[in-house]
Design a protein around this ligand. Structure first.
Ligand code: CP
Length: 304
């Protein structure tokens, strides 16, 4: 049985196939409207979500299937002390595939080891968010035509931002992708990303603090919010939360074809005045999230 726990669970060829399928779905979603007739997706969300949970549910409904699940730990028997292992054994009797978000890193992997159905990691703590990465890859490929030969700036909370960790892990497998890591020193990428993933694979990267200094070099700017829920101190969060604000004046420093991505939700880090800029691609990115999740469900269920 196949699961998706990390972006590296798919090799580049498998990713290409999935992105090709997502593209085909985007061109004619109705063609796929009965591929999952009779199938059920369980969404097991122990942490809040808008996009990931609802785009998974929309994806399964678009494919003709049904959905069930819970949207907070409090509304499940986790509140009574049930383990993830026991929960997934039970859910395997109710559904054909599941997407799990959990605050503990590795929880979806534990679930997969006991599961009778494919498990998709929908975000585990500050660790990984592989389906956001699939969404990001589809967005970049659609906007730039390829996943090779570009400079990406990743800006904001690079320490706790799991979408950043997953995206770096995935993009290093493509040709001539240069990384500019833009963060305050307190929120730099974890050592394993810098040392094992980037340096360990001889990937070109630099770490900077000022966004303005690097804007003209970027082909993609991937903004992230400061992850309030992962901070131990409220004061520290307040000190960091408005460190970067992308506004019109900063956009004027960028290339005319530099696109802005953001996994969302946004807090203050992108001013709403940027939303009307044709290079603002974050809402389009959220739409692509439905197509890639449709493609992923079909792939993991062997229905593609
Ligand atoms: N991008 C993302 O994971 O958004 P949600 O937290 O709303 O699911």
């Amino acid at each position: 049985m196949k699961h998706l726990l990390s972006p590296l669970d798919m090799n580049v060829d498998e990713l290409e196939n999935l992105l090709d399928l997502a593209k085909d779905i985007s061109l004619d979603p109705k063609k796929y409207s009965h591929y999952c007739d009779g199938k059920k997706l369980a969404t097991l969300f122990y942490e809040p979500s808008t996009r990931t949970r609802l785009s998974f549910e929309a994806a399964m409904l678009n494919l003709g299937g049904s959905v069930l699940g819970f949207s907070s730990a409090d509304s499940s028997s986790a509140a009574k002390g049930e383990s993830v292992s026991d929960t997934i054994r039970v859910i395997s009797c109710y559904a054909d595939i599941c997407a799990m978000r959990h605050p503990k890193e590795g929880a979806p992997m534990v679930a997969a080891s006991k599961s009778g159905i494919p498990v998709i990691n929908a975000g585990d703590g500050g660790h990984q968010h592989p389906t956001q990465t699939l969404t990001d890859l589809m967005t970049i490929r659609e906007l730039k035509g390829s996943l090779d030969n570009f400079t990406i700036g990743l800006c904001g909370d690079l320490k706790f931002g799991r979408t950043v960790h997953s995206l770096i892990n995935s993009l290093i497998r493509y040709k001539n992708v240069k990384f500019i890591l833009i963060s305050p020193k307190e929120l730099r990428v974890p050592d394993y990303i810098r040392d094992d993933v980037l340096k360990g694979n001889n990937i070109e990267f630099e770490e900077v603090e000022k966004l303005e200094d690097v804007m003209p070099q970027l082909d993609i700017l991937y903004m992230t919010r400061v992850q309030k829920e992962r901070f131990f101190s409220e004061d520290e969060y307040v000190r960091m939360k408005n460190f970067y604000i992308l506004d019109k004046s900063k956009m004027e420093m960028a290339k005319p074809d530099m696109y802005v991505l953001h996994p969302l939700p946004r807090v203050n880090e992108i001013s709403v005045e940027v939303d009307d800029d044709p290079r603002a691609a974050y809402f389009k990115q959220a739409q692509y999230g439905v197509y890639v999740r449709m493609a992923l469900i079909l792939t993991l269920l062997g229905l593609n």
